[in-house]
Design a protein around this ligand. Structure first.
Ligand code: LFR
Length: 483
């Protein structure tokens, strides 16, 4: 029975997990977990990629040293999107990779839009114009000596794969978060890259599909390194335990990525103006989704309060009055790290709503607002794509938040199937298992998820209070009441 190892890097935490298929079920176990600590330098906010590599390597070493370590038949790395490293002609890191939340890109989207007509850019890449995109970040680096000496760009999961195997491959799903990939051909959009003034030499001609063998582990040549769905959200969507044709999902973690899985991109102006992206999924599928702020709001409140357990905060919020104060989770003022409770209170005050009086009320405000935004996003996705999803799958950390799942069911009026919480790692592991010949199709992968990790059901309960809250939320979005 082969064993696979998933390296799953999130903005808050990194993990190494092992998975094995036994009698048609996937058994998953976490081997190692570590904190991802961004570093603020005078020059801005960066990721500590060397620390991340040391931590993930320690996890892999521990997993390979386990009793059945000789059965390890693959390793796959996934991580968050958009961020990248630049490498010089010897393959050395040119600088510390930036964090997508660094403020240097604040005006980059304007620059991008000046150089390439936004509608044409969308038709080529299918990506919403956001400051976090690789395209915006590279434009912000213009004139930097780092760009002069850089020879190659490596998206972060590809960078770690390179350090593990000595081979740098570019994988489709993570490349599709750059806004520099052609959404139809899944090759680099060289016309866009040139028009933006980004050096074309940074991009490798080859962009490989999930499930491609990249090489083998430098420290143990027996062990293959697979390109999985390098984008964490793509691995999570691959693990949505759906059977139906129209797959509606919310990949809920730091971000809420809500949308539909589609066979082809939606490249209309309406989709662009509503802020939807067409990201690459496995087997040529499209992840038609909107990049919404998610549990980031709760994470930052919790950090400001000295990190009490999430379960306590959510339990207290469950008994707090519902729908008292609503905010737009995507208000620009909430993006950068800072005093989140104060910012949320300021938003409530600015829109003449009660300022949440305690932690329970503030957490309630966050979760009520996220559920409203989930409804807005899913309904927009459906209208834009001309499809309806009767079931909404919530995967990722938010699936472990019963209040968020309940509120999302009530607001959307759909059955919510919650789980797996570990969807990203599960997708990573199953893509490897399929590549190694253990499974044959995406449908079979999802069948394995359904039987191994059955989702929790939240039946929708319609209520006048939820409808009235949503009407208020719509009015808030329409008024653009933001700081
Ligand atoms: C989720 C995610 C989102 C991406 C955001 C920033 O972890 O990958 O899909 O938009 O992080 O990269």
């Amino acid at each position: 029975m082969p064993v696979f190892l998933a390296v799953d890097l999130g903005a808050e935490t990194g993990r190494v997990l092992r998975g094995a298929l036994r009698d048609g079920r996937l058994e998953v176990r976490e081997v190692h977990r570590f904190v991802n600590r961004p570093v603020t330098l005078p020059q801005g906010l960066h990721w500590d990629v060397l620390a991340l590599f040391a931590d993930l390597s320690a996890g892999l070493t521990a997993a390979l040293a386990e009793r059945d370590g000789d059965r390890v038949a693959g390793i796959g790395v996934d991580a968050w999107g958009n961020d990248f490293a630049l490498l010089d002609r010897d393959g050395r890191l040119v600088g510390n990779p930036w964090h997508y939340r660094d403020r240097r890109t604040e005006s980059s989207t304007t620059l991008v839009a000046e150089r390439v007509d936004p509608a044409a850019l969308y038709r080529t890449t299918g990506t919403a114009l956001l400051p976090i995109n690789t395209a915006s970040q590279l434009v912000a680096m213009e004139g930097s000596p780092q760009l002069d000496i850089a020879e190659r760009l490596a998206m972060l999961p590809d960078l770690f794969g390179y350090w593990l195997s000595g081979r740098l491959a570019t994988e489709q799903t993570i490349a599709s978060t750059s806004q520099l990939l052609d959404v139809v051909t899944r090759r680099w959009a060289t016309g866009v890259i040139d028009a933006l003034g980004i050096p074309g030499r940074l991009f490798d001609a080859d962009v490989v599909a999930p499930g491609t063998r990249v090489g083998s582990l430098l420290t143990d040549r027996r062990v293959p390194l697979w390109a999985v769905a390098g984008h964490d959200t793509a691995s999570a969507v691959a693990a949505v335990p759906a059977g139906a044709a129209a797959v509606g999902y919310i990949s809920s973690g730091t971000w809420s990525l809500a949308g539909l899985e589609l066979p082809a991109p939606v490249l209309t102006d309406a989709a662009r103006l509503a802020g939807f992206s067409n990201e690459a999924g496995v087997d040529g599928t499209i992840r038609f989704l909107r990049n919404g702020t998610g549990l980031w709001l709760l994470q930052r409140c919790r950090a400001a309060w000295g990190s009490p357990p999430y379960a306590d905060l959510v339990a207290a919020a469950s008994t707090a009055p519902a729908f008292r104060s609503l905010i737009d989770p995507d208000a620009p003022g909430l993006v950068a790290p800072g005093d989140m409770p104060a910012r949320l209170a300021a938003l409530c005050r600015a829109s003449a709503q009660p300022v949440p009086a305690d932690r329970a009320a503030l957490v309630r405000c966050v979760l009520d607002s996220l559920a409203c935004k989930h409804r807005w996003t899913l309904e927009r996705a459906e209208a834009l794509a001309g499809r309806r999803a009767d079931v909404v799958h919530i995967v990722g950390g938010g699936a472990a938040n019963p209040l968020l799942c309940r509120l999302t069911a009530d607001l959307t009026g759909r059955l919510v199937l919650a789980g797996p919480v570990e969807a990203t790692a599960v997708g990573n592991l199953l893509i490897q298992a399929r590549a190694a010949g253990e499974l044959s199709s995406l449908a079979e992968m999802r069948e394995i998820v359904r039987t191994s990790l059955p989702p929790r059901r939240f039946e929708p309960r319609s209520s006048d209070a939820a409808d009235a809250a949503y009407a208020r939320f719509r009015a808030l979005l329409d008024s653009g009441d933001r700081i």
